[in-house]
Design a protein around this ligand. Structure first.
Ligand SMILES: Nc1ncnc2c1ncn2[C@@H]1O[C@H](COP(=O)(O)OP(=O)(O)OP(=O)(O)O)[C@@H](O)[C@H]1O
Length: 249
C-alpha cells in the first residue's frame, strides 16, 4: 500500500537517509530499529508525508504521497510523533475527537458514531476516567496513551508510530503491541527494544547511518552477530519459549 523508492531525506545539506526503498504491504507490522541518529524518525516522517524527500518518491496506492491532500492522506495513514507537544491545555476527549476529524475535514460534525468510537478507544487505552482532564494534567504515560488512542480513533488503513512505547509501562507496552498483532493492523513503528520488535513484528528494518542493513523476518534481521556489530555491544541470542531473545553480555 505504501512504497518508498530510492528515497533520500536531508536536513539542510546533510543526507540522513540514502536511496532507501521499502514497500509496506497490508497486515505487515514493521519495526524500524537502529542506533540513535540512524535515521528512523527521518524515514518515518517521510513515509507519513510530513517531510518531502530530497530524492526519490513515496507512493500511497501508486499515487505520489506528496500530491495528496492532507485529508486524503489521513484516511490512509495515522501518525504519532516521538515528541508531540503534549503539554497544551486540551482535554483528552477533544484530542481523541481530532482523530475522528482527521480525514473527514475541518467542518466534520461529530455524531453518535464518533462518540462511540471515542468511548471504545478510551476504554481500551484505560482513559475513560481521564477524558475531561487536560493533557498538561496527565502523566507522561497517560498523555502517550491519549495520542496513541487518537491515532486508533482515526481508523486509518495504517498507523505510523515513532517510538510508541516511550513513557509506557511494561503492561501498556505489551498491550499496544499485542493490540496491533491481534487486530492484524498494518503498522510501521520505530522501537529501541529489540525483544519487543522480535516478539510482535512480522518484519524488521534495521538502519545504520541512513541505510538499510537488514530487512526481513525478525530472527534473521536481528542475528546476534549483526546486533553486536551495529550497536557495538556484545550480545547473545538465547531461545526461550520457542523464540530468540537478545541478551546483552
Ligand atoms: N531537524 C534536523 N536538522 C538537522 N539534522 C537533523 C534534524 N533532525 C534530525 N537530524 C539529524 O538526522 C540524523 C537522523 O536523525 P533521526 O531523528 O532520524 O534519527 P533516529 O534514528 O530517529 O534517532 P533516535 O534513535 O536518537 O531517535 C541525526 O544525525 C540527526 O542529528
Amino acid at each position: 500500500m505504501l512504497e518508498a523508492e530510492d528515497v533520500v531525506v536531508a536536513h539542510g545539506r546533510r543526507r540522513v537517509i540514502e536511496d532507501l526503498s521499502f514497500t509496506l504491504r497490508r497486515g505487515e507490522r514493521v519495526a524500524v530499529v537502529g542506533p540513535n541518529g540512524a535515521g528512523k524518525t527521518s524515514l518515518l516522517r517521510a513515509l507519513a508525508g510530513l517531510s518531502r524527500p530530497a530524492g526519490g518518491r513515496v507512493r500511497l496506492h501508486g499515487r505520489d504521497l506528496h500530491r495528496l491532500r492532507e485529508r486524503e492522506r489521513a484516511r490512509h495513514l495515522a501518525f504519532v510523533a516521538q515528541d508531540e507537544h503534549t503539554d497544551l491545555p486540551y482535554r483528552a476527549r477533544d484530542v481523541l475527537l481530532l482523530g475522528r476529524s482527521a480525514g473527514r475535514g475541518d467542518w466534520h460534525r461529530y455524531d453518535g458514531d464518533d462518540h462511540a468510537v471515542i468511548a471504545e478507544v478510551a476504554e481500551r487505552w484505560e482513559l475513560t476516567g481521564l477524558l475531561d482532564r487536560t493533557l498538561d494534567a496527565l502523566s507522561g504515560g497517560e498523555r502517550r496513551r491519549v495520542l496513541l488512542a487518537r491515532a486508533f480513533a482515526q481508523d486509518a488503513e495504517a498507523v505510523l508510530l515513532d517510538e510508541p512505547t516511550n513513557h509506557l509501562d511494561l503492561r501498556h507496552q505489551h498491550a499496544l503491541l499485542a493490540h496491533l498483532r491481534d487486530t492484524g493492523a498494518t503498522a510501521v513503528l520505530t522501537l529501541h527494544d529489540l525483544d519487543l520488535a522480535a516478539a510482535y513484528c512480522t518484519r524488521v528494518l534495521l538502519l545504520q547511518h541512513g541505510r538499510v542493513l537488514a530487512d526481513g523476518e525478525p530472527e534473521a534481521a536481528l542475528s546476534a552477530t549483526r546486533v553486536s556489530e551495529v550497536y557495538g555491544v556484545p550480545v547473545t541470542a538465547v531461545h526461550v519459549g520457542g523464540r530468540a531473545r537478545i541478551l546483552v553480555g
